[in-house]
Design a protein around this ligand. Structure first.
Ligand code: FAD
Length: 633
C-alpha cells in the first residue's frame, strides 16, 4: 500500500470509537486539542456488543465519576435509557448502585451525534495498522489505506477487535465483535515495538424475538418509581416517563442436562481456546459445571431498545454450537418457542499486559502513546470509559506540556482500577468490584461530584456555572451539618411518642439533632419534624447530610487511613533508581520492582511479592541519598 501524509493538523489521535475512545477523544477535544477519532466502522460508535446496560455495583460509581470529570457516558445513558433502577437499596450507601437498561441503537446514535457536534473533534472511519515511532516516541498512525496521520500524542482503544477471533461451537473465524473487522496488524505492530500481549476471552448470549416469548411464565422487573439520573447535569424533568420492564426466568435440570451432554462442543469451556475468561461473567456452561449442585440459574430477559423486538438473554452467555443454543433456550420457562435472532458467541482477543503502563496510561515503552479500555485487560463499558477519559486528559496535558493527571485510590474507583492494573497487572479480564476499593465509604455513588468536580473544572472540562453550583451545594451541606450538631432537641410528648413507635426509650434530657440522626432507623426527614424553621434543601443535599452524620465514625476511620496513605504517596522513588544496587531486597521483590518501576513507596507497597522488609530496605536506601541524581517521573 502506497503511503501518503494527510495534510490535516491534529494534536491528539484516538484509535477506536468504543466506550474508551469516545471519552478519550471528547476529553482531549474539550481541553482544546485538535483531535482525530478514527474507528473501523462509524455505525458501531459506542456500540454495546454485550449487555445493553450501564452501571451496577462499582461500575455505576465510575459513570458518576466520569460525569463529575466532565465526561459523556452519564449524559448519554440519561438521554437513552429505557429503564433505571437503584440496586442494593436495603444495604449501606457504599454499595448502592444505579443501573440503567439502554436503548442500544439510541445510545450509539446520540454518542455519535455528540462526537460530530464537538468543535475540535474529527470523527472518521478508518483502520489503524501501524504506529509512527521515532526514537521511542509516537508521532502518529498509518491506516490500511496508507494514510499517515501525524499528532503529538496517540491513544489506542482497540477493545476486543485486537486480533479478535469469534467462536460458536466448532465455528471459529477472525473477527471483531458482532462480525466487525478485526484489528490484526496493529496488534502485530505493538508486538514488534516490544509490547507483551496476552490473550483474554469473553462471551455473549443469544438474542431472541419478543413476539416468541411467553412473559406470563416470567417475573417482571420494573424500573424504579422514583427516577434518578447518572449525570449531575440531567434535570428531573428530563427523566423518562414510561419505563420498559425487564423479565426474569430460570434455567432448570433439562437445560443443565443439555449443557452437560454437549460440553465437548463448547470450545471456550473445553479448553480448545487458550484465552482467559472473565471470572465474574462466566458462561452458562461454566456456571453449570462450577456450581453443579445448583438446580437453577437466574436469567434476565432484557429489551435491547424501544424500537426493536430483540431481547437479550442475560446471564446465558455461551459458545455452544447454534443448534445446541436453540435447545438450551427452548428448555427454559417462557422461552419454549423463543425465536433466536442472533446466536451467542465467544470472542478471544489481545490485551496489552497493563504493567507496561504508567498511572497516566502512557506506555512505558513508547512515549506519547497511551492505551485504554478492554485492550488494557479490563472488561466492561464503564471500566473502558473510565480509563478513556484519563488517557484523553493525559494526552491533552502532554500536548500542553502540563503536569499529568492521576486519580489516587482514595479519590476515585477509576484510580483504584488504574492503580490495580499498572501495579499488579491482571491474569484475567479485570472487572471493578466494590471489594477492590479499600476506602469504599469515601468512594460513594452519591458523592462523586463532591470528590471530582473541582478537578474536572481545573482541567477545563467542567463549566464555571456547574462548579459554582457545586460550591453552593458544599456550603449548604456544611451549614446543615453544623446546625444539626449544635441544635438540641428538648424532651416532649411528640418526640417521646415518636421514639416509642421506633421502640426506643423516651428522652429524659435533651439530645443534639445530629446524635438523634445517628441512631439506627432514624432519617434526616424524621429529625426535621422536631426542629424549628428548617431550610429548604435539595434531595441531594439532604442525602449528604444524612450520610455524613450517620456514618461519621466510619468515615473518620477511613480518613485516618487515607492520611497514612498520603504520607507514603509523598515518598517518591527517584526515576533513576538502580534496584540492583539496593542490597538485601528479596529476589522476587527485586524482579517486581524492576518490572513495575513504581513512582512512590505507597505504590511499591502494593506490588504483590514486595514485603514490608523490602520496603524498609528501599526507604533506607532512598533516605541515605544513594541515588546520584533525582529525576522526577
Ligand atoms: C462478545 C462480547 C461479550 C462481552 N461480554 C461482556 C460481559 O459479559 N461483561 C462485560 O463487562 N463486558 C463484556 N464485554 C466487553 C465490553 O464490550 C467491553 O468491555 C467494552 O466494549 C470495551 O470498550 P472499549 O472501548 O475498550 O472497546 P470496544 O467497545 O471494543 O471498542 C473498540 C473500538 O475500536 C475500534 N477499533 C479497533 N481496532 C481499531 C483500529 N486498528 N483502527 C481503528 N479502530 C479500531 C473498534 O472497531 C471499536 O469500535 C463483551 C464484549 C464482547 C465483544
Amino acid at each position: 500500500m502506497q503511503e501518503y501524509d494527510v495534510q490535516e493538523h491534529y494534536d491528539v489521535i484516538v484509535v477506536g470509537a468504543g466506550h474508551a475512545g469516545c471519552e478519550a477523544a471528547l476529553a482531549a477535544a474539550r481541553m482544546g486539542e485538535k483531535t482525530l477519532l478514527l474507528t473501523i466502522n462509524l455505525d458501531m460508535v459506542a456500540f454495546m456488543p454485550c449487555n445493553p446496560s450501564i452501571g451496577g455495583p462499582a461500575k455505576g460509581i465510575v459513570v458518576r465519576e466520569i460525569d463529575a470529570l466532565g465526561g459523556q457516558m452519564g449524559r448519554n445513558i440519561d438521554a437513552t435509557y429505557i429503564q433505571m433502577r437503584m440496586l442494593n437499596t436495603g444495604k449501606g450507601p457504599a454499595v448502592r448502585a444505579l443501573r440503567a437498561q439502554a436503548d442500544k441503537n439510541e445510545y450509539h446514535r446520540v454518542m455519535k451525534e455528540t462526537l460530530e457536534d464537538e468543535p475540535n473533534l474529527t470523527l472518521r472511519q478508518g483502520l489503524a495498522e501501524k504506529l509512527i515511532v521515532k526514537n521511542g516516541q509516537c508521532y502518529g498512525i498509518i491506516t490500511n489505506t496508507g494514510a499517515r496521520y501525524h499528532a503529538q500524542a496517540v491513544v489506542l482503544t482497540a477493545g476486543t477487535s485486537s486480533r479478535g477471533k469469534i467462536i460458536i461451537g466448532e465455528l471459529m473465524y477472525s473477527s471483531g465483535p458482532n462480525n466487525s473487522l478485526p484489528s490484526i496488524k496493529l496488534s502485530e505492530d505493538l508486538e514488534q515495538q516490544g509490547f507483551k500481549l496476552q490473550r483474554f476471552k469473553t462471551g455473549t448470549p443469544p438474542r431472541v424475538n419478543k413476539d416468541s416469548l411467553d412473559f406470563s411464565q416470567m417475573q417482571e422487573q420494573p424500573g424504579d418509581t422514583t427516577p434518578r439520573s447518572f449525570s449531575y447535569e440531567t434535570a428531573p424533568q428530563d427523566y423518562l416517563k414510561q419505563q420498559i420492564p425487564c423479565w426474569m426466568t430460570y434455567t432448570n435440570a433439562k437445560t443443565h442436562q443439555i449443557i452437560r451432554d454437549n460440553l465437548n462442543r463448547a470450545p471456550m469451556f473445553s479448553g480448545v481456546i487458550k484465552g482467559v475468561g472473565p471470572r465474574y461473567c462466566p458462561s452458562i456452561e461454566d456456571k453449570v459445571v462450577r456450581f453443579a449442585d445448583k438446580p437453577r440459574h437466574q436469567l434476565f430477559i432484557e429489551p435491547e431498545g424501544k424500537d426493536t423486538k430483540e431481547y437479550y438473554v442475560g446471564d446465558f452467555s455461551t459458545s455452544m454450537p447454534e443448534e445446541i443454543q436453540q435447545q438450551m433456550l427452548h428448555s427454559v420457562a417462557g422461552l419454549e418457542h423463543a425465536q433466536m435472532m442472533r446466536p451467542g458467541y465467544a470472542i478471544e482477543y489481545d490485551v496489552v499486559e497493563p504493567w507496561q503502563l504508567k498511572q497516566t496510561l502512557e506506555t512505558k515503552i513508547i512515549k506519547n502513546l497511551y492505551t485504554a479500555g478492554q485492550m488494557n485487560g479490563t472488561s466492561g463499558y464503564e471500566e473502558a470509559a473510565g480509563q478513556g477519559i484519563i488517557a484523553g486528559i493525559n494526552a491533552a496535558l502532554r500536548v500542553q506540556k502540563k503536569a499529568p493527571f492521576i486519580l489516587k485510590r482514595n479519590e476515585a474507583y477509576i484510580g483504584v482500577m488504574i492503580d490495580d492494573l499498572v501495579t499488579k497487572g491482571t491474569n484475567e479480564p479485570y472487572r471493578l468490584l466494590t471489594s477492590r476499593a479499600e476506602y469504599r465509604l469515601i468512594l460513594r455513588h452519591d458523592n462523586a461530584d463532591l470528590r471530582l468536580t473541582a478537578k474536572g473544572h481545573e482541567l477545563g472540562l467542567i463549566s464555571d456555572e456547574r462548579f459554582q453550583r457545586l460550591q453552593q451545594k458544599k456550603q449548604q451541606i456544611t451549614a446543615e451539618i453544623q446546625r444539626l450538631s449544635v441544635t438540641r432537641i428538648k424532651p416532649n410528648q411528640q418526640i417521646n411518642d415518636f421514639l416509642q413507635q421506633k421502640q426506643m426509650p423516651p428522652l429524659k434530657d435533651g439530645i443534639l439533632a445530629a446524635d438523634l440522626l445517628k441512631r439506627p432507623q432514624i432519617h434526616y426527614t424524621d429529625v426535621l419534624q422536631f426542629l424549628d424553621s428548617n431550610p429548604t434543601l435539595s434531595e441531594q443535599v439532604c442525602e449528604q447530610v444524612e450520610i455524613s452524620i450517620k456514618y461519621a465514625g466510619y468515615i473518620k476511620k477511613e480518613e485516618a487511613q487515607i492520611a497514612h496513605l498520603k504520607k507514603l504517596e509523598a515518598k517518591k522513588i527517584p526515576d533513576n533508581i538502580d534496584y540492583d544496587d539496593v542490597h538485601g531486597l528479596a529476589t522476587e521483590a527485586l524482579q517486581k520492582l524492576k518490572k513495575i518501576n513504581p513512582t512512590t513507596i505507597a505504590q511499591a507497597e502494593r506490588i504483590s511479592g514486595v514485603n514490608p522488609a523490602d520496603i524498609s530496605i528501599l526507604m533506607v536506601y532512598i533516605q541515605r541519598g544513594r541515588i546520584a541524581k533525582t529525576v522526577s517521573k
